[in-house]
Design a protein. Structure first.
Length: 96
């Protein structure tokens, strides 16, 4: 993870993890046209809070696994693409 950024308290980290999950839900809810969760990750990486983006990535990877088993809304490809982009943002910032 990138260092030198602000400390993320456990309480704030959990609150932000929940926000990231909600934003992912909105992303899917717009038929894959929105970028709420990706923008969220990029914002926190830019603040030196790569751990927030990494938490979102863990959640997204779990969702992607679930979508392999059942994906009635066709969210799998969008989710896998989002995972790749968040990974690239983290790598560019030196966070993964």
């Amino acid at each position: 993870m990138a260092t030198g950024g602000p400390e993320v308290t456990p309480e704030r980290r959990e609150m932000l993890a929940e926000k990231g999950r909600r934003l992912y839900g909105k992303y899917c809810g717009t038929g894959g046209r929105g970028i709420c969760s990706e923008s969220f990750a990029v914002y926190h990486i830019g603040r030196g809070e790569s751990v927030v983006a990494a938490d979102l990535l863990v959640y997204l990877e779990g969702r992607a696994e679930e979508l392999v088993a059942a994906d009635p809304d066709g969210r799998g490809p969008m989710t896998r693409g989002l995972i790749g982009r968040v990974r690239r943002h983290l790598a560019e910032a030196g966070g993964a």
